[in-house]
Design a protein around this ligand. Structure first.
Ligand code: NI
Length: 139
């Protein structure tokens, strides 16, 4: 952690009570740690609104591996985006469905395009993209 500055925050009693209840449930040891995480989250979320920002994204897919040519298309898409694809994890959910997490790195706009190409493959039942800013947000 860099140099720390102490700040005072004014909150309505009711709001603070709700906040304390929430962070206790989440397991935070202190308000400061919870507030730091919230601030980092906000900064990261704001950064990834810019299509040119550097980011890493976890693309989560659920698909039926019996779907025609799906596996082939999925692999081919990852091979043609080598610079963006960092890693992939595959889990067999049941007899039909697989869960795959593909981690992409690059500019937000390019990642989004690749992720949408992956999610729109016929046979993909569920697709989500979770972005995290790759730049330094804070310590
Ligand atoms: Ni599988």
């Amino acid at each position: 952690m860099g140099q720390v500055e102490r700040i005072g925050v004014s909150l309505e009693k009711e709001l603070l009570a709700k906040f304390d209840k929430l962070i206790a449930k989440q397991g935070y040891q202190s308000r400061s740690e919870a507030i730091r995480d919230l601030v980092r989250q906000q900064i990261s979320d704001k950064q990834v609104e810019d299509p040119k920002a550097e980011a890493v994204a976890a693309v989560i897919l659920v698909y039926d591996h019996h779907a025609t040519k799906l596996m082939e298309k999925l692999t081919s898409l990852q091979h043609s985006h080598l610079l963006q694809t960092i890693s992939a994890m595959h889990i067999h959910l049941n007899e039909h469905d697989c869960l795959e997490v593909v981690v992409l790195r690059g500019r937000v706009g390019e990642i989004k395009k690749t992720a949408e190409n992956i999610i729109s493959i016929k046979g993909v039942k569920l697709g989500r993209i979770n972005f995290v800013a790759a730049g330094k947000t804070s310590d």
